[in-house]
Design a binder for this molecule. Structure first.
Ligand code: FSX
Ligand code: SF4
Ligand code: F3S
Length: 372
């Protein structure tokens, strides 16, 4: 893509800006932007993607495709070969089924399988059927030829709202059914579209899957608690809490912990990479985090329930600690503080991307200020 070209309505500036954001989100040094841009621009670098929908609200696709800014959706659709997606494809019925089978056969062993929604398992899975086949059958069949599976959203990752007690359909996430394929969970209800884009870009750039945490989530996106980078955190540390919606503390932006905020136990990057390119996220607009990326919090705790905080973590702007002066190895608190410094760098990268100058180049801080 040349400087003056646009890619499906995405300007060069927006393209570079998104690549900078994605590079920062992946925890890569700034120098790696070039490699990410090259991978994004390579014409022969378009993995086949088969996208199945099961028990869900389609909010995951919606959050990806109906962002206020078209860059993310355009880039994703341009960088992958989306061979089957029930919500987006023109064909339907037998034609759509044929397309699914043709795609699976033509790309066997190579395609990425994206799954949106939970899979009902009770009564042989009869509670969700597409084209006469249960979700269970379709998932097992499509998983056979996949190189890896990306369950997008909390429903596909862990069962989500469908699996809430008493779970009448026996809904579960992909990981409870498929045991012999790499699974990269992108939870969130709905998930941040950037986490999906970054995962795909990581795969395109390095031709391998990112490091995952114990819940199968990419560590670069779900490695830290949102509480550690929350803009209300100084209020938490100072003991200033909103006590009720609309009270004085709430209107002044105080911490939402006493309204049930699950940020101290929720691993996600919403407080750094916010939604919809307009800088919003739940806590930022006054609603407590409901832990939508966490299988043991979302729909397991009431929104108003207060968390017990067992492991206080320091805020990301606390001063770094000089280990050499201490003359001994790091203690757990020191390690946490240093880790937070790295997290702050990630946040800085995301902010840098937001401050790119209008002409699309990458300039110094002085120039960034002028563009605000
Ligand atoms: Fe689940 Fe996706 Fe929540 Fe909805 O489709 S993760 S119900 S926002 O959007 O699957
Ligand atoms: Fe932010 Fe919630 Fe933590 Fe308060 S408890 S600082 S609102 S994440
Ligand atoms: Fe979900 Fe909490 Fe982020 S509710 S969107 S993890 S702020």
């Amino acid at each position: 893509m040349k400087d003056d070209e646009t890619l499906r309505g995405v300007s060069r500036r927006d393209f570079i800006k998104t690549c900078v954001t994605v590079t920062a989100m992946m925890g890569l040094p700034f120098e790696m932007v070039t490699k990410v841009v090259e991978a994004a621009e390579a014409a022969d670098n378009r993995p086949s993607v088969i996208w199945l929908h099961f028990q869900e609200c389609t909010g995951c696709s919606e959050s990806l495709l109906r962002s206020s800014h078209p860059t993310i959706a355009s880039l994703i659709l341009d960088k992958i070969s989306l061979d089957y997606h029930e919500t987006l494809m023109v064909g339907s019925g037998a034609q759509a089924e044929q397309s699914l089978h043709d795609s699976m056969r033509a790309n066997r062993g190579k395609y990425l399988l994206v799954v949106e929604g939970a899979i009902p398992t009770k009564d042989l899975g009869i509670y969700c059927k597409v084209s006469g086949k249960t979700a269970l059958e379709s998932l097992n069949k499509a998983a056979e030829g996949a190189v890896a599976i990306i369950p997008i959203g909390t429903c596909a990752s862990y069962g989500g709202i469908q699996s809430v007690n008493p779970n009448p359909t026996g809904a579960v996430g992909v990981r409870d059914i498929i045991k012999d394929k790499p699974i990269i969970n992108i939870p969130g209800c709905p998930p941040s579209p950037y986490n999906f884009l970054s995962t795909v870009m990581y795969y395109l750039t390095f031709n391998k899957l990112p490091d995952l945490d114990s819940l199968g989530r990419p560590k670069f996106a779900y490695g830290r608690r949102i509480h550690e980078h929350c803009e209300r955190r100084p209020h938490f540390d100072a003991g200033r809490f909103a006590q009720a919606y609309g009270d004085e503390g709430h209107s002044q932006g105080f911490c939402l912990y006493k309204l049930g905020c699950k940020g101290p136990a929720t691993y996600a990057n919403c407080s750094v990479q916010r939604f919809n390119d307009v800088g919003v996220w739940p806590v930022g607009v006054g609603h407590p985090c409901i832990g939508c990326t966490e299988p043991d919090i979302l729909f397991k705790m009431a929104i108003a329930d207060k968390l017990q905080i067992h492991e206080p973590t320091p805020f990301d702007s606390y001063a770094p600690v000089n280990l050499k002066e201490k003359g001994k190895g790091p203690d757990p608190l020191t390690t946490g503080v240093l880790g937070l410094a790295a997290g702050a760098a990630l946040g800085a990268g995301a902010m840098l991307a937001k401050k790119l100058p209008r002409d699309g180049g990458v300039k110094g801080d002085d120039d960034h200020e002028k563009t605000e």
